[in-house]
Design a protein around this ligand. Structure first.
Ligand code: ATP
Ligand code: LTN
Length: 332
């Protein structure tokens, strides 16, 4: 039987935070050996908003180092850079031509980014079609992502269905895989909002994956909570801050919710924060150490990315060829 295909990606657009890790990367590591995973550094998505070329180039390697330091293993998973596989851009063009603009204008990420930016590029509107190309080129079954990406994965499915209807069965319909816990880690300084890479440099907003213990300590100590005292999981928006701390504790310790509530019964928020700091510092220590070791040897990272691109091309190119035949391009 064919192994399940898994595809996911992250933009090299900033420093990764524990939300990216708990919502996305952590899921990629599960069953790495038993599934066929493609994990992409989506630099073409990153340039839908302005980027400094030198910084972007550096961040691509840094993100590769984060993937590897987190535990992705190139013996099992294919790790590659999107722009190294030109089939993504070509497939995007073909899919553009079956995607109604109205579908794109409804995307919430587009609407919020378009509001923030001074000028909106055509690429920003087209962002989810490129994402569909990423996913569909690999006959992907599962797309492990955080909650904010659910709408984009559903759109990929809609685009696949439309193409299949117009041109005959071509694409597997992908499914978003969203974790039940950790799919939307909140900002520590503003628990009504999600933790975001683009704001990760704001003091107190996020714990970044490669933060030093002192930085982790400060961010968690200052995390916004509420005036209550009970340490219980809850979906009450007024208690979002404390719930967020508990969720991070749950995910990094692997304990179940009931055991955590019993453990903290009768203790104050200060105790929770203190224990959480220890847990997060210890969980991130090996990742940070591996990260700096890997970055000291960029030639090795580049070699892994070259090999990854080659493996990815071997899957993406035949699929693109099939798409071209289906839409009626002359193959000579
Ligand atoms: P940006 O601020 O640049 O949009 P981001 O922090 O939202 O960045 P992405 O590159 O958009 O990060 O997302 C990478 C992956 O991390 C996606 O699967 C996304 O769903 C997931 N993710 C992002 N933020 C969170 C969060 N706060 N909690 C859980 N998962 C998240
Ligand atoms: N839009 C995603 C990144 C992304 C992606 C993908 C995720 C690009 N292509 C394919 C899953 C599958 C984001 O997290 N911002």
């Amino acid at each position: 039987m064919r192994k399940k295909r898994v595809f996911s990606g992250i933009q090299p657009s900033g420093t990764l935070h524990i939300g990216n890790y708990l919502g996305a990367i952590r899921q990629w590591l599960v069953e790495q050996k038993y599934k066929e995973g493609y994990f992409c550094i989506v630099d073409m998505h990153a340039i839908t908003v302005p980027q400094d070329p030198e910084i972007l180039r550096r961040r691509v390697r840094e993100l590769a180092a984060v993937y590897l330091a987190s535990g992705l293993d190139p013996r099992y998973s294919t790790i590659f850079v999107q722009s190294h596989v030109p089939a993504h851009a070509e497939a995007c063009w073909i899919l553009n031509c079956v995607t109604p603009v109205g579908w794109l204008e409804r995307m919430t990420q587009y609407k919020s980014k378009a509001q923030q930016g001074a000028s909106v590029s055509a690429g920003l509107l087209d962002y989810p079609v490129l994402q569909a190309a990423d996913i569909l080129l690999y006959d992907t079954d599962e797309v492990p992502v955080g909650e904010d990406q659910k709408q984009h994965v559903e759109l990929s499915r809609d685009i696949a269905q439309r193409f299949n209807r117009l041109y005959g069965e071509t694409f597997v319909l992908p499914e978003a895989v969203i974790p039940t816990s950790g799919s939307r880690i909140r900002a520590f300084n503003e628990p009504s909002r999600k933790m975001s890479k683009s704001e990760a440099q704001i003091r107190g907003h996020a714990v970044n994956l490669i933060d030093e213990p002192d930085e982790i300590r400060l961010t968690i100590q200052q995390a916004v909570t509420d005036s209550g005292r009970e340490i219980l999981f809850s979906d009450d928006p007024h208690r979002a801050g404390i719930n967020n701390l508990l969720e991070v504790y749950e995910l990094f310790t692997g304990l179940d919710r009931q055991a955590i509530e019993v453990h903290f019964a009768g203790k104050g928020y200060g105790v929770l924060k203190k224990e959480l700091i220890e847990v997060v510092v210890e969980a991130l220590r090996p990742i940070r150490e591996r990260y700096y070791k890997l970055l000291a040897n960029p030639a090795e990272i580049d070699q892994i990315l070259r090999a990854g691109a080659e493996k990815a091309r071997a899957v993406a190119e035949p699929k693109l060829f099939q798409m071209k035949k289906r839409v009626g391009f002359l193959i000579t």
